[in-house]
Ligand binder design. Structure first.
Ligand SMILES: Cc1cc2nc3c(=O)[nH]c(=O)nc-3n(C[C@H](O)[C@H](O)[C@H](O)COP(=O)(O)O)c2cc1C
Length: 302
């Protein structure tokens, strides 16, 4: 996506160091007669030129630094130098995040949810498109409403999947999608739906008092990556801010397949949903970190 240039260089302030020219990924700037000048016809609006300029001569007008000002977390505009951070704490935070399935019903304030969204947008995005969208469900009543719509979707799906003729048809024409669903999920979904009906137990959102839905507007070069990187930011930040999170893949699946659910939430038809994140205070405290399967990286040395 080629975006018009919104970069301006204050020729009085420019000291001609050329840092903005070397850092620019889209050849928007050149050094002419000892001064940086806008010579390209498009820009990625990444703001690297303004961030690197030692004299503050560069402004990218399409970028709004205030858009990242948080209300509930103290932060400032200082850039942390490479290596000048406590990596141990960062890794400890990453390892401590767990999918929460025991949310308390304590509400999450809107300004916290909005700060989480802003933190989400600090993620990288393909060609800096930032075409993500965020839909906040700020209270338990609306989370339950979404849960009911998703439950209706899975009731219908289970009805279709339990029909052997439909599974045969799916094997012929749909790469056995229905058969795979039937073997992997049908029974547990059936159990969850029954429990929901009989005991009101919320196995879908685990009782979460709020949800953030991460979607993408059309036109992004790498939509799933962009949305999931933003989501990951939200998960880590939420943990640091005292909240549990859980990605709800079942909700994503239902919203992808049943356009009525997006419509109910006011999400435009051309937006795609990539992540549904349950958020809230958690009732669980862990005694230690969890493990992971061991991975052995492969080297290619030529
Ligand atoms: C794409 C995706 C979808 C997921 N969907 C669900 C879900 O629908 N319900 C749920 O309880 N957990 C869901 N999870 C959470 C995983 O089960 C969890 O990440 C995994 O067991 C590892 O545990 P951890 O997140 O505590 O490290 C999902 C995770 C991912 C990445």
């Amino acid at each position: 996506m080629k975006l018009p240039v919104t970069t301006e260089i204050d020729q009085e302030l420019c000291n001609g160091c050329g840092l903005c020219v070397t850092i620019c990924p889209s050849e928007t700037l050149s050094l002419i007669d000892g001064k940086a000048r806008v010579t390209g016809d498009h820009s990625m609006h990444c703001d690297h030129c303004a961030a690197i300029c030692p004299t503050g001569a560069v402004t990218v007008h399409s970028v709004d630094r205030d858009a990242l000002k948080l209300v509930t977390v103290k932060n400032n505009d200082t850039w942390i130098e490479y290596g000048n951070f406590d990596a141990a704490s960062l890794v400890q935070l990453m390892r401590s995040r767990r999918s929460c399935r025991t949310f308390s019903d304590e509400p999450v304030k809107n300004n916290i949810l909005e700060d989480l969204v802003k933190i989400g947008t600090t993620a990288p995005s393909g060609t800096n498109s930032q075409l993500w969208t965020f839909t906040i469900l700020p209270n338990r009543a609306v989370v339950e409403k979404l849960g009911n719509a998703i439950a209706r979707f899975f009731l219908r799906l289970n009805k279709i999947a339990q029909n052997p003729f439909m599974r045969f048809f799916s094997k012929l024409f749909m790469k056995d999608a229905l058969g795979i669903y039937y073997r992997e999920y049908y029974e547990s979904v059936k159990k969850g739906l029954k429990e929901r009906e009989e005991t009101c137990r919320d196995r879908l959102f685990h009782g979460a008092p709020a949800v953030i839905i991460v979607g993408m507007n059309p036109g992004a070069s790498c939509p799933s990556e962009d949305a999931l990187l933003a989501s990951q930011n939200i998960l880590f930040a939420a943990h640091a801010m005292g909240f549990g999170t859980c990605l709800i893949g079942f909700a994503v699946e239902a919203m992808k397949r049943d356009p009525r659910i997006k419509k109910m939430l006011g999400i435009p038809d051309d937006e795609s949903v990539y992540a549904v994140i349950a958020v809230g205070k958690t009732k669980t405290q862990y005694a230690r970190l969890a493990g992971r399967k061991k991975v052995t990286p492969r080297y290619y040395t030529g």
